[in-house]
Design a protein around this ligand. Structure first.
Ligand code: AHG
Ligand code: MN
Ligand code: MN
Length: 322
């Protein structure tokens, strides 16, 4: 019976009770995030029926086409978070600048819809978020976003896939909850997720091989010679989630076209780095730990290598020594 009734709310309240000073604001913030996620999940699930597929006609700050669902997810998360009185400011992939609206004890960074190219073809997509404490009160500004991932209070992602899941950490292990749409509740389905130390899977867009440096080419050749297998969905959240459960490495290196990589440091790489580290894995930009990076701009890009600890360390050695 307990298996079916261990809701996210109950889990959060139990966690909250372990911290005597807790005000409940964090639990409320999670209720807001899951509300927004349920609305996005509902729209994703009926996307083929509604007028929500396709593009808005706008190009975002990264020079990419904005899909209607990108825009919708961004607006829902922004609205729910900033109206709560708990979140003082947000930074989103789909907002050129940070949006500030104090008061609030927290600030939130997010990629509202990750894997945009998969929206129209019924392939898994997701939302990534990170939560920091607002240390500046009413004076919150862009500076409050340019900090190390080690300061994260929590990070998580939603995956809108064959089921909708929330996976998050507050620094006390990584837990996964599956949405039961019939009752509208996230139920604990994956307690204390640990990523295998090594894994067979590698995930990279190999079509870009001609743009890579020789060390990167040599590394991938070596993986093939060692019996690894390739899985690449093209939605970071979905590729990350599979590798978290099964073991392996996700790679989006710098290349001739994208000298700083494609993925964004603040609201893609850093939250997932915190999650993977909590699960016993590791995230690197090729030189060192993603969690040691301090973003200089909210939309800064980074190469990203993330997954099983030994696999990512092997990659770092390869890039160092060839
Ligand atoms: P977004 O949809 O938020 O812009 O992110 C897309 C990202 C990421 O999800 C995925 O891993 C990557 O783009 C795929 O890029 P390629 O098509 O270059 O492989
Ligand atoms: Mn993304
Ligand atoms: Mn996105």
């Amino acid at each position: 019976m307990d298996k079916q009734t261990r809701t996210l709310t109950r889990f959060l309240v139990e966690e909250q009770m372990k911290h005597p000073g807790a005000t409940g604001a964090f639990t409320e913030l999670f209720a807001d995030i899951t509300l927004a996620a349920k609305i996005v999940s509902r729209e994703v699930n009926k996307a083929g029926l509604a007028e929500i597929l396709g593009v808005t006609g706008d190009i975002n700050i990264h020079g990419e086409e904005v899909k209607k669902l990108d825009e919708f997810a961004n607006e829902i998360f922004k609205h729910v978070l900033l109206k709560s009185g708990i979140v003082a400011a947000i930074a989103s992939e789909e907002e050129d600048e940070v949006v500030i609206s104090p008061p609030g004890r927290y600030i939130v960074v997010y990629d509202p819809l990750d894997g945009s190219s998969n929206i129209d073809v019924n392939v898994s997509i997701g939302t990534i978020f990170g939560i920091y404490r607002n240390n500046s009160g009413e004076n919150v500004s862009i500076k409050d976003f340019l900090r190390s991932g080690r300061e994260l209070v929590a990070a998580g992602y939603l995956i809108y896939g064959s089921s909708t899941m929330l996976v998050y950490t507050t620094g006390n292990g990584v837990h996964g909850f599956t949405l039961d749409p019939s009752i509208g509740e996230f139920i604990l389905s994956h307690y204390d997720i640990k990523i295998p130390e090594e894994g067979k899977i590698y995930s990279i867009n190999e079509a870009y091989e001609s743009r890579w440096g020789n060390k990167m080419k040599g590394y991938i050749r070596n993986l093939k010679e060692n019996g690894k297998t390739l899985r690449y969905i093209g939605s970071l959240v979905a590729d990350f989630h599979r590798n978290l459960l099964k073991g392996g490495i996700f790679l989006y290196p710098a290349d001739k076209k994208n000298p700083h990589g494609k993925l964004r440091l603040l609201y893609e790489a850093i939250p997932l780095a915190f999650i993977v580290e909590q699960a016993g894995g590791y995230a690197s930009d090729g030189k060192g730990n993603i969690l040691d990076r301090i973003p200089e701009r909210i939309h800064e890009k980074t190469p990203l290598f993330i997954g099983s600890r030994k696999e990512v360390e092997k990659l770092e050695n390869f890039l160092r020594n060839g």
